[in-house]
Ligand binder design. Structure first.
Ligand SMILES: [Zn+2]
Ligand SMILES: [Zn+2]
Length: 209
C-alpha cells in the first residue's frame, strides 16, 4: 500500500504507475490523480508541446534519428509484434468478408447502373473494406495491398469514364475503366498493380481477362 501525495488516499501499489527513479519504483501520485491532472491541463500542454516542437524541429529530428539508430532491433521487434497481433487480425477479418459469398449482395438492377469511376471504387471499399486491409491478391506476392484494381476488364459491368488525375489536376483527363461490380476488383500492392496495368501480366488467380 502507498499514500498518494495529491489526494492523500492509501491505495494498493498497482494504483500508482511505474517510475524507475522512485525508491519503491512507483509514482508519487495515484493513476487517478495523474489522469485528472492531465485531463484538466490537456489544452495548455498541447499548446506548449506544439510551441516546443516548432522551435526545436531539427533537434527533435536528430534525436529521433539517433534513437532509431540505437534501437533498430527493438523497434523492428515491436513492429513485428504489432503486425502479428493487430494487422494480421485486421487482414483476416477483411479477407473473410471478401471471400464470403453474398457478404454484401448487390441487386442486379443496381449493378446495371453506371456508377462512375469514383462511385465504383467507393462501392468496392464499402463492400470489402480498404485495400490496405488485405494482402496483395497477386500470385506469389505477400505484400500488403495498396489499392483496388480492376482485374476483369471484360466483365459485363465495365464502363469507361473521362477522369481527372487527382494527384495531377493539370494533366489532361484520362479515359478510365471501372466496373459497377465489386467482384471485378482485387486488392493489389503497387508493384503488382503496375505489372497488371502497364505490362498486362496475368498475375491474378481465378480471373480470366
Ligand atoms: Zn491520488
Ligand atoms: Zn503484390
Amino acid at each position: 500500500m502507498k499514500t498518494c501525495t495529491k489526494c492523500g488516499q492509501t491505495k494498493p501499489l498497482e494504483a500508482f504507475s511505474r517510475r524507475a527513479s522512485s525508491s519503491d519504483g512507483r509514482a508519487y501520485q495515484c493513476r487517478e490523480c495523474v489522469k485528472a491532472y492531465r485531463a484538466a491541463n490537456r489544452e495548455r500542454d498541447a499548446a506548449r508541446q506544439a510551441t516546443y516542437r516548432a522551435a526545436n524541429r531539427e533537434k527533435i529530428a536528430e534525436r529521433d534519428a539517433a534513437y532509431r539508430r540505437a534501437n533498430r532491433e527493438a523497434i523492428r521487434a515491436r513492429y513485428a509484434a504489432y503486425y502479428e497481433e493487430t494487422v494480421r487480425a485486421r487482414y483476416a477479418a477483411a479477407a473473410e468478408r471478401y471471400s464470403t459469398e453474398g457478404a454484401f449482395p448487390i441487386p442486379v438492377e443496381v449493378l446495371a447502373h453506371r456508377v462512375g469511376y469514383d462511385g465504383a471504387h467507393h462501392r468496392v471499399r464499402r463492400c470489402y473494406g480498404p485495400a490496405r486491409s488485405h494482402p496483395c491478391a497477386a500470385l506469389g506476392c505477400d505484400r500488403p495491398a495498396e489499392a483496388w484494381a480492376l482485374v476483369n476488364p471484360v466483365s459485363e459491368y465495365v464502363h469507361t469514364e473521362w477522369v481527372k488525375d487527382a494527384r495531377n489536376p493539370d494533366r489532361p483527363l484520362r479515359r478510365m475503366s471501372y466496373s459497377a461490380n465489386p467482384a471485378d476488383y482485387r486488392p493489389l500492392c503497387h508493384g503488382c498493380h503496375i505489372r497488371l496495368d502497364v505490362h498486362g501480366q496475368n498475375i491474378i488467380k481465378g480471373v480470366t481477362a
